[in-house]
Structures are given as C-alpha cells and as structure tokens.
Design a protein around this ligand. Sequence first.
Ligand code: P1T
Length: 387
Amino acid sequence: MEKRSSNFETLAVHAGVKPDPSTGAIMTPIFATSTYVQTSPGKHLGYDYSRTSNPTRKALEESIAALEGGKFGLALSSGCTGVDILMHMLEVGDHVVSVDDVYGGTSRLFRTIWAKHGVQTTFADLTAHSVSDFATPKTKVIWIETPTNPLLKVIDIERAVSWARKQNPRPLVVVDNTFASPYFQSPLALGADVVLHSTTKYLNGHSDVVGGALVTNDEELFKKMHHIQNSMGGISGPFDSWLVLRGIKTLALRMKRHEENAMALAQFLEKHPQVEKVLYPGLKSHPQHEVAKKQMHGFGGMVTFFLKGKLENAQRFLESLEVFSLAESLGGVESLVDHPAIMTHASIPAETRAKLGITDTLVRLSVGIESLSDLQNDLDKALQKSK
Ligand code: P1T
C-alpha cells in the first residue's frame, strides 16, 4: 500500500496556523471583515478586499494545500463551486471525459449547465476502459472521482495521468478526493494536476459547514483558478473557513476511526443474509481492491451495499435505523445513511442511473466514529425489519 507521509498528523494540526502577531492568540482569529484600510492608494498589508483574500481563509488554504502535498490552495463556498471554477477554464467546443459514477451534483453541472455553454462531457467507466477510448482532440479535462460516489469504484489515477502526459495539448487530470480525504489518498503525488474537495465532508468533519477547496502545484493554473474565483465570488467565508481549519486538526484521528468502523461493518454486511452485495474498496471482493491497495493509504469510511428485495425493503430498512441518520452528505463524525436513487443522485436521469447500477435497493453508508457495536446492532435490527 502507498505509504502516507509520516508528518501528516503534524501538518493537520499546524499547517497554515501561526500565532496571531498582534495578540499571540494561538488559534487563527475569525477575520470578519470585508475590507482593509490602506495608508495610501494601493498601499496595504497584503489584503485589500475579502473576495480576493482573507487571512482566515488563507490559513485554511495553506492547511489544505499542505495536506495534499500541494503549493497552492483555494477555499471555496462549496465543492460544486470547485467543479464550476474548473469548468470556467474551458472554452466553447472543449470536451471533458468524466468517470461515469460521479456525485449527482457534479453530473448535473456537466449535463445541465456546461453542456448548454458548449462544453460536452462524455461519462465513461474508467475502471473498464482507458481514457483514450473516449477522448477527442478537444478533450481538455479528465475528471476522476475516486472512490466514486456512490458505487465506490476505484479509478487508477496514474494510468490516466500517463495517458494525459502523452497528449498534445495535454488535458488536465482533475481528481475529486472528497471520499478518500488527503489522509487516504494523495492524487498530486500520483501526477494529478488539481485536487478538488467538498470540505463539507471529511475535512470539516462535523456536518456544520458547506465548503470546497482546490489544490495544485502549478502556479499558472492556480492563478487562473484564483482569477475565476475572484471574478465570480464563490469564496469560503471567515467563519466557515475557521470551522474547517478547526475540523482539520483531528482529521487523522477521525479518518482512522472511520476506516476501522467501515471495514468492520463492510465485513459484517458481506455475511448478512439480508444483503445482496457489499461494495467497499477494502474488501477482497471489491473489483478494484488491488488498485485501491496500490494508490490509497487506506480504504476510507464509505460503504455501499445492495439489500435483498425491492424498494419497499430498502424503505423499511432506512425507516428502522436509529443510530444512523437518514440524510444526504457524508464525512461527519455521526453515521449517515443515504438512498442515492431518491436522494443524492436523483438529478441523474433514471435511465442513466439504471445503467450505472444505482438501483432502488442501493444504500450508501457514511460510517461515523461512534461505538462499532451500536452501529452494527443498528444495521442488524433494521435489516431484520427490512424483510
Ligand atoms: O455539496 P458540495 O460541498 O457542493 O460538494 C459537492 C460534492 C463534490 N464531490 C463529491 C464527491 C461529493 O460527494 C459532493 C457532495 N456530495 C453530497 C452532498 C452527497 O451526499 O453525496
């Protein structure tokens, strides 16, 4: 398995955070200000307007960039803002090859917004095919989400990078690293050009912020992304930035626990008579288990499974859970359960969902950090009631 940097825990606590020079406060203050005083026109202390930059946001940007092993970070109003910023870099006629199983909101942006503005996306199963099977001379972006949402497919990042590097002009390889978090996967080290996060999820970790981030090592790319962010807005506000910065300090501890619980529950579900099939990259039965072992440092906290029966059985199961809360989103300390077909992926056309295998009996778990026995008993009881 790909080795994680040994100082990740230290970076999570310290990167981007310096004692406040005016007071010595150890924690970065919430700089709730829209503007900054100038002593003479254009003469200021590095900040002129908070859409352009803000010290609390900057601390968060440095923190996330450090965790991803990147030089430049941007903290955004949401993960979808990150998708939108990257798409704004393209021109009419450009083309994107995207993993077929992406978050419903990402797919919605590609299909219903950007297609109208002249950028077409081909959705492809990049576990079975190479990017070259779908690329055109106008392909400017390879969009990889791995593990994917909700089917937890694992896409070989290095394989896509090695193809992209042989092309002229070279398409950008974008990796949405939301599900793995930087604790379990380092796409920039594998050659990706830019990493996207919905910080709403593991990075913040407490289900009290909607935010996003972009990280890159390429200064030109960073300048372009910042130009778009500054032009259109889409910033993380100071309070949200501070909450995410605070959440990140415990990222390593949380991720370890999420994974321990997820692995145990995946193994439990795999043996359960009411369960048809479990998808978890850490299981030997996962079709891309070997790729996951190669490119990840661990397998994460998301588990997807198919119940036996029909929609009614899934509904009974979801209504019976008591520790798991039925809600969209993921990555918080509390366990959540989602019915992708009706909830998070409802914006994907029914026919496409059916082709992908997002069925009425598919259930997605965001396994929290609670006591494993409580989580397991909760699933067991609800599965009995699902019959
Ligand atoms: O919700 P937002 O912060 O805008 O992030 C969008 C997003 C981007 N990428 C991935 C992989 C995601 O899972 C998400 C958001 N996902 C959910 C809300 C969900 O429940 O799947």
